[in-house]
Design a protein around this ligand. Sequence first.
Ligand code: GLC
Length: 343
Amino acid sequence: MRSNRFLALAALAGLSAMAVFPQSDPFAQNRRLGRGINIPGVFDRGGATVPEPPMKPEYFRKIKDAGFTNVRLVIRWSSYSQQEPPFGIDAGFLKKVDWAVDQCIAQGLAVVLDFHYYPLISFTGTEASNEDPQKNRARFLALWQQLSEHYRSSPPEVMFGMLNEPSRQNLGADAWNSLIAETIPLIRRANPNRTLLIQTANGGGFGSIDDLRIPGNERSTIVEVHYYDPGRFTHQQASWSSNRIYKDIHWTASEEERAAVDAAFAKVAAWSEKNNRPLYLGEFGAYQAADMPSRVRWTDYVVRTAGKNAMSWSYWGFWRCGFDAFDARAENWTKPLLKALLP
Ligand code: GLC
């Protein structure tokens, strides 16, 4: 009621809804995201129970003090919800996620609620290989229905990541576009202004951006992409990657290597400009098997290139992922990586 009157007054004063609710301007929201870090290894551990408290509370302060402005909470909702209708999300789990969200908000960090490892249709979300596609889809929508209700009153700094790395094999571009078209109206019922992060098909890479179809009237949306190129460098020796066969691959910041990064980012930036949609680099990083000087050079160059192209970003990741920017044993940052991220 109050906001309706406010809107009417604003209309009289010649202000647009965008100006009244700046949270619905995705470009402002993207600046709000700014520089961030993924937190894996807490809410994505599959069957393992989530400890209490899930993270050391002071770690959120450390993240803020380092200069980060967003956190992408890596969440495997499917492991903490019923397998059968009504697919209820475990209340105790939700409480723990809420605790982390509150910690972020208290530190002034924007939060991306990520939707990771969903069976069948999300990269490495293969917890059930015999998954029935119909049921899988119904469950996906039922989880979003609940999340949308649950976070309807959260501040605009809380943003929804629809699906991590949509699968190439089990979804592809067309089926992903149709799932986007089905999920958006469902979320919009309780969250008309909530910022949604929508990834590109085929694993969230830059290469599929031209195939992405987001309904034209949907504006509170940021497009999320992930960058791990060249894979033989960033994923050398990584057991889950086809690039595990590579070893001793360096990244020297040669002219050719930099040009490849420049070209990739120029392409998505051109798409962003043409389609008037901001971009979030939701994941990037180089696995620990690579030598540290190369990792630092690559990370530094990717961060700077993202910045030049007006992209917000989130590094993969804080800890427990093999790309760790934070050393939990030393209770401190891995300094060279942190410096590359936040010079
Ligand atoms: C994706 C995967 C995750 C992996 C990361 C880096 O987020 O879901 O398991 O560690 O990419 O490869």
